[in-house]
Ligand binder design. Structure first.
Ligand code: SF4
Length: 331
């Protein structure tokens, strides 16, 4: 089994709103091995994206702070690094791609200049070698007229092309970890499939680990080795991709899987989870999923369940796998 590359332990992140500190992540734990693809899933508001921004410490222009916990990447404690030290890691060992490519592309700079700047900064190549590497990366991500595109601005490209350029930029310095936050959500299905294939290929060539943040369980099934399910700022289930789909444990995970449309099923037939993710300003006591859970017992309303092993490679935080006294609240 490969060694651990990233280990997130008891991570707590908060944001300030109206002079109040609002806790968004409430003790997140997970790890990624070298070369592994880990899916981070959950509805919007579950804390997936804040987890990735916390790892990269990309809180610019916001009030986000890491209050507690540790993020160990390649034996370095990221929470203790200065902004300067972190900048050296970002783009080189640690890269990120976003749903919206314009988040990482500069609209007024030509593609070639953006790519070669990253390559020269992190790999120390001279200009000529950096240009050759940039063109090579653009070709690797399936851009046919790579040399021409080097002289174009991002707005001259289609959405799918911009996404490819962003992946080329993120992969140019052969990062050991790529964080991909909903990388294909804005793209049509054909382009989405191509981009996923491309990420897989680049991952295999460079043994890159990927933290794939998505709400799309189809993408998870296609890409991931293991899955971490988040709800209301914490991890509620963790399993291999096979185990998660074959035998989901947490009622929330079961709900997520049941709400994926199957062939021939109409939208009205979908078994979606009723209710909404609670607001971080108004978290219920006990299990945070209890107000929406049909299996809720009295203990769920009072005490938060701890994470327990529920299989050789599976963990789940739910009283159903601990308490025998079943005293259902709903139904
Ligand atoms: Fe449902 Fe209780 Fe499990 Fe929470 S702990 S998911 S409320 S059964």
């Amino acid at each position: 089994m490969s060694r651990t590359l990233l280990e997130v332990h008891q991570l707590e992140t908060s944001f300030q709103r109206d002079r109040q500190q609002i806790k968004i992540l409430r003790g997140v734990n997970f790890m990624i091995r070298k070369g592994e693809v880990l899916g981070l899933v959950g509805e919007s508001g579950s804390g997936k994206s804040i987890t990735s921004l916390s790892i990269m410490r990309l809180f610019h222009g916001t009030t986000g702070t890491i209050d507690a916990g540790s993020i160990k990447f390649d034996n370095q404690e990221l929470t203790k690094l200065s902004e300067k030290e972190l900048r050296k890691l970002r783009g080189k060992n640690l890269s990120m791609i976003f749903q919206e490519p314009m988040t990482s592309l500069n609209p007024v700079m030509k593609i070639g200049k953006q790519l070669t700047e990253v390559i020269r900064l992190h790999l120390g190549y001279d200009k000529k070698r950096a240009v050759l590497h940039a063109v090579d990366m653009l070709e690797k991500v399936g851009i046919g007229r790579a040399e021409e595109i080097m002289h174009e601005h991002p707005h001259q490209l289609s959405g799918g092309m911009r996404q490819r350029v962003m992946i080329a930029m993120a992969m140019a310095c052969h990062p050991s970890l790529l964080i991909a936050d909903e990388p294909t959500t804005a793209l049509d299905v054909t382009i989405q499939a191509q981009i996923l294939q491309l990420m897989k290929k680049l991952k295999e060539e460079n043994d890159t680990a990927i933290l794939l943040i998505t709400h799309d369980l189809g993408v998870v099934a296609e890409m991931c080795d293991r899955v971490v399910v988040m709800y209301a700022g914490e991890v509620v289930e963790e399993a291999t991709v096979f185990e998660l789909f074959a035998n989901p444990k947490h009622p929330y995970t079961k709900g997520l899987i049941a709400s994926v449309p199957k062939l021939g099923e109409s939208k009205d037939e979908l078994d979606s989870i009723k209710g909404q993710v609670p607001s971080p300003m108004n978290m219920p006591a006990g299990c945070k999923f209890a107000p929406r859970c049909e299996m809720a017992m009295n203990i769920c309303l009072k005490q938060e369940p701890a994470m327990h092993e529920v299989g050789s490679q599976a963990k789940c935080a739910c009283w159903l796998y601990e308490a025998k006294e079943v005293n259902h609240v709903h139904g």
